[in-house]
Design a protein around this ligand. Sequence first.
Ligand SMILES: [Zn+2]
Length: 114
Amino acid sequence: MIRRCICDKCGKEFKIKRIKKKLFRDGEDKVFFEYFECPKCRAKYISHVSNEEIKSIVREIKALHSKKMDLLKHHRGDQRELDYHLEQIEEQSASSKRKVLTIQSELKAKFSVE
Ligand SMILES: [Zn+2]
């Protein structure tokens, strides 16, 4: 899948052909960055940031999603009870996603792919 994008710095429109990877050490932890470059001015854009903590939160979010699918498929009985459970799952999953975004922005502030 090739995405098109416009460089914020020089305005060139280009296709993202190659995602580059960079690994940092953060104490005991490893931090993975994925980024791409503008072919004209070499400006770098980060497309993904991850570490062990983020990976484990993402696993939680996936588990919550399958729990939700399970509930929708198998729940019998009270609709309000089902709604309550679904709402709980949504809240947990939204808070986990916020946590991921927070950690990612901390990592972006701490490490640079430049
Ligand atoms: Zn550029």
